[in-house]
Design a protein around this ligand. Structure first.
Ligand code: XUL
Ligand code: MN
Length: 382
């Protein structure tokens, strides 16, 4: 039967990949690389050819640490040229302050203020580079900012240092690029035993304490939420409802395990469906960005199967969202369950009302049927 929709990505789908996801060579803590590296400039072109809307990067993905100023300028020029020639944008430029051994005990929360300042400097340069590449978001994932040894840092100091560094970045952005935004990507652990601000909720609480909270948002990553055994749909929903969703990292993950970072939808289709539902039924205009990597068993060709797979799953789930919204049985059921919504009365009235618990609990909640309908919809039976 011919499909009424296409599984081919369009620029208007706003798909995005981190350069580092494609540059991943399959190394893990127990094994060496299993495929050859791909040059970041080639990654930009290959993504563009597949109708990917944008890429994200750490400045160091394009310009490795230690590169001289002239070579840095050449690489940025070359990236811009390829972006123009092949029609692809850059939508987030962060900094890698986690790989180099200087950051072995953290960047923004290192006990050494000189290392903290060095990390800030790297982010300032990432903001400069991002601006040159036409992007307006600097997403911060402070992977090494955490600890294993509780005695080694006072977590209250860590909060103050994180705040100081974030405020410095805001000051710089406001002064030089007033339309630049910053965001925090939370993760509970890995590579540290515990990372500071482990969830998006923690990040939102922290942002409220910054000098300019309005400049800051969050970029939840589904796998990070699932690593903590939490509900990624709710995390994205909270960020959306707070008007703070700057971006999203889509991927997949078995709960409570090491950071698996696998293809979107590979493990958790129902959760993935409800995330797509949130993105597609809200006013979110950001990218649908994939932050995962091909299985270690893949060769170079498999990397592009991985790219296509992420986008195809998203497009399929987007179609399922439309079916969900037009399925008469599901919608009728939802209408019944969610009833007529209205604001609660004033406390005076609430305090004086006689609530009849027996009567209130009699409302039927046909959740077995509802959930089965969603399962059938996802399985293609509706
Ligand atoms: C790590 C992770 C990072 C950030 C970018 O788990 O998600 O790749 O997205 O630094
Ligand atoms: Mn990520």
């Amino acid at each position: 039967m011919a499909r009424a929709y296409s599984l081919r990505a369009k620029k208007s789908d706003r798909f995005s990949f981190g350069l580092w996801t494609i540059m991943n060579v399959g190394r893990d803590p127990f094994g060496e690389a299993t495929r050859p590296p791909i040059d970041p400039l080639d990654v930009i072109v290959e993504l563009a050819k597949r109708n990917v809307y944008s890429f994200e990067l750490h400045a160091e993905d394009l310009v490795p640490m230690g590169t001289g100023a002239r070579e840095r300028d050449r690489l940025v020029r070359e990236a811009k040229k390829r972006m123009g020639d092949y029609d692809i944008r850059c939508t987030n430029c962060g900094s890698n302050c986690f790989s180099h051994p200087v950051f072995k005990d953290g960047a923004f929360t290192n006990n050494n203020p000189e290392i903290r300042a060095f990390a800030v400097q790297r982010y300032l340069r990432a903001i400069d580079m991002g601006y040159e590449l036409g992007c307006r978001l600097c997403n911060l994932w402070w992977g090494r900012d955490g600890l294993e040894v509780e005695a080694s840092k006072d977590a209250r100091d860590a909060m103050k240092w994180l705040r100081e560094c974030c405020n410095l970045l805001t000051e710089y952005a406001l002064k030089n690029y007033p339309d630049y935004e910053l965001s925090i990507e939370a993760k509970p652990n890995e590579p540290r035993g515990d990372i500071f601000l482990p969830t998006t909720g923690h990040a939102l609480g922290f942002i409220a304490t910054l000098d300019h909270p309005e400049k800051w948002g969050v970029v939840p990553e589904l796998a990070h939420v699932r690593m903590a055994g939490l509900n990624s749909v709710h995390e994205v929903a909270q960020a959306l409802e707070a008007g703070k969703l700057c971006g999203i990292h889509l991927n997949s993950q078995k709960p409570l395990r090491y950071d698996q970072d696998i293809r979107f939808g590979a493990e958790d289709l129902k959760e993935a469906f409800f995330v797509v539902y949130l993105l597609e039924t809200s006013d979110y205009r950001g990218t649908r960005s994939f932050d995962c990597h091909p299985y270690r068993t893949e060769d170079r060709e498999g990397v592009w199967d991985f790219v296509e797979g992420n986008m195809r799953t998203y497009l399929l789930l987007k179609e399922k969202v439309k079916t969900f919204q037009t399925d008469k049985e599901i919608q009728k059921m939802l209408k019944g369950i969610r009833a007529k919504q209205r604001p609660l009365p004033p406390t005076k009235e609430i305090a004086a009302t006689q609530y009849d618990a027996e009567k209130l609990m009699a409302t039927r909640l046909p959740y077995e049927k509802l959930d089965q309908l969603v399962v059938e919809l996802l399985l293609g039976a509706r």
